[in-house]
Design a protein around this ligand. Structure first.
Ligand code: UTP
Length: 283
């Protein structure tokens, strides 16, 4: 079985749910306290054993490249001013792993974005992480998916239970057995939903997914949907669910973003006491 060593992170979406800030700041770069969301996601990859990452980016998202690149001027200044702790933080970002970029000329959907990774991936299984789905977990969520991949030698989708009243917002999983996936129903009504497990922004797929992406027609929203390509591959290959532990935040919507900031801050020794006090005060 081939090991999962590469990850694709599509970050070329328009972020329309988070306007006006996303007019000039990519939602994936919005900070959770003092670190961009995307950095947490790259750290999740590195801690899961990923060695190379491809970002699918767009002309409006240049600061993503700047953030993960070496910053010679800043590093020189920090060194000159003896700010060694800060220097270490900045230097580590560019050393985390090998990062490559390709641009999606037009945001035609997640399927269109991931298809651009074909030559980078070649003939290997790979991870897909959505740049606006943030996980808070001791064991990295991607590592949990890789464990399931290695157990079954099959494609894997990261899933979690969601409130039954909110199934209409997600791709809902239909199970064949406890962990084997039969299908995914996009944004069903409560009555139509075959379960309350949703696919949430973490996938491991085999390279045959590119055959499906090549043949893909436009789907929901007149865009090429990655889910549709997975549904087609499901006719030929097995897909398993990784019911991952710990908390998921969709930072692409305002409430998810606020919750993530509060949860991560309440975990920090330098912030939690004052923040707790403040939250009680304003209740
Ligand atoms: P989303 O559907 O959450 O992102 O895609 P979006 O299209 O930016 O969101 P809204 O609805 O307009 O607010 C999940 C991930 O896939 C990327 C996004 O950047 C996000 O990280 N994506 C989406 C692409 O790279 N290209 C696309 O064409 C669409």
């Amino acid at each position: 079985m081939k090991k999962v060593k590469k990850a694709v992170i599509p970050v070329a979406g328009m972020g329309t749910r988070f306007l006006p800030v996303t007019k000039s700041v990519p939602k994936e770069m919005l900070p959770i306290i003092d670190k961009p969301t995307l950095q947490y996601i790259v750290e999740e990859c590195v801690e899961s054993g990923i060695e190379e990452i491809l970002f699918i980016t767009s002309p409006y998202k240049r600061n993503i490249e700047d953030h993960f690149d070496q910053s010679f001027e800043l590093e020189t200044r920090l060194e000159r001013n003896n700010k060694l702790k800060e220097l270490e933080v900045v230097k580590n970002i560019s050393k985390m792993c090998k990062i490559y970029y390709t641009r999606q000329g037009e945001p035609l959907g997640s399927g269109h974005a991931i298809k651009l990774a074909k030559s980078f991936i070649g003939d290997e299984p790979f991870a897909v992480l959505y740049g606006d789905d943030l996980m808070k977990s001791e064991t990295p969520v991607l590592k949990q998916l890789i464990d399931v991949y290695e157990k079954y030698d099959a494609n894997v989708i990261g899933v979690q239970e969601v409130d039954r009243n909110l199934v209409y917002k997600y791709g809902i999983i239909e199970f064949e057995t406890e962990n084997k996936i039969k299908s995914i129903i996009e944004k069903p009504s409560i009555e139509e939903a075959p379960s309350n497990f949703a696919g949430l922004g973490r996938y491991i797929v085999k390279p045959e997914i590119f055959n499906e992406l090549d043949k893909l027609d436009r789907g929901k929203g007149n865009e090429y949907q990655f889910t549709d390509a997975m549904l087609n591959l499901m006719k030929r290959q097995d897909f398993y669910a990784c019911k991952f532990k710990r908390t998921y935040y969709d930072i692409g919507n305002q409430l998810g973003y606020l919750k993530a900031n509060i949860a991560f801050a309440l975990d920090r020794d330098d912030l939690k006491n004052e923040l707790n006090k403040y939250l009680k005060e304003i209740k």
